[in-house]
Design a protein around this ligand. Sequence first.
Ligand code: TRP
Length: 355
Amino acid sequence: MSTTSTSTTAAATVAEHAADTARPLLAESAAGHHRILTGDRPTGPLHLGHYFGTLQNRVQLQSQGLELMIVIPDYQVITDRDRADRLAEHVENLVLDYLAAGVDPARATIFTHSSVPALNQLMLPFLSLVSIAELSRNPTVKDEIAHSRQAAVSGLMFTYPVHQAADILFCKADLVPVGQDQLPHLELTRTVARRFNDRYAAIFPEPQALLSDAPLLLGTDAGKMSKSRNNAITLGADEDETARLLRGAVTDPDRRITYDPDHRPGVSNLLLLSALCQGRDPHQVAEEIGDGGAAVLKRTTTEAVNEYFRPLRARRAELATDRALLRETLRAGSARANAIADRTLDEVRAAMGTF
Ligand code: TRP
């Protein structure tokens, strides 16, 4: 099966999951009774797609008073590659991105997989609750196997969605802000929670996905924005680099600028990016540029991005000089996550009758 058709199949199946697991962002009145858990693999810095897709949501939810937990799933890095390269650097960069974007280190719990043993131990009973057939039809895993750098599929690749269920259930999170591709994992997490509750004792809530309502931002080549495809503008990029990347963005020769994502993906993506940065409608931005062509579009977008991200980038640069704060954020996060995971594992032991 070709890469393209695998992705299309994955997208179709993912969409079927969307209806039952996803719901829009919460009304303000619902704040206070929820624990949010989400995470990003430490494989590189976050980019503008992450920012508008999920990071902005998390910060908003936190400011509504919801409790925010962020896992940096370092064990998931080795699902599709042999080694996790430059891990410490990637983890620190993620923490920098979070704090610069407005995650409050005093209220949020940020931790890595590998620093919370009891979380990982939950994977054992959880694995017993799912069948090999269920694991093998997960569309996101199939897609990742198709894009993997490894010749053979490892046991961890096959079972990491169960690990992800442990990430979410160890702290009894009820809301998980993620992108569409993660919905099959959320569905599996709900299945694991339900089966554990039925078989042993009612310990786990069934979490729900929260999807961002911002349309998907593409990379500068008008393909999926991704760290590994060299088409991403990172949060920490400086203004010159942003200008350079946007100058090289794929557009089309039609001088009249219109917002038409289906037929003009490159042009429309720049309009969307400008609009997101300015809190405006992309059609309106297009109208203003009129017959200015791609050059004006790129200049407008560069200014919008640089202006919007200037304060975040300044904070990021300042925080980058404070390695001690980053380390302390992770240390405190890990201590808190361990306390929660130990409590949950005790409950699981009692429910299962193990010692
Ligand atoms: N699998 C997610 C990704 O690839 C990262 C992740 C790991 C995650 N554990 C999680 C996301 C728990 C949400 C909740 O992006």
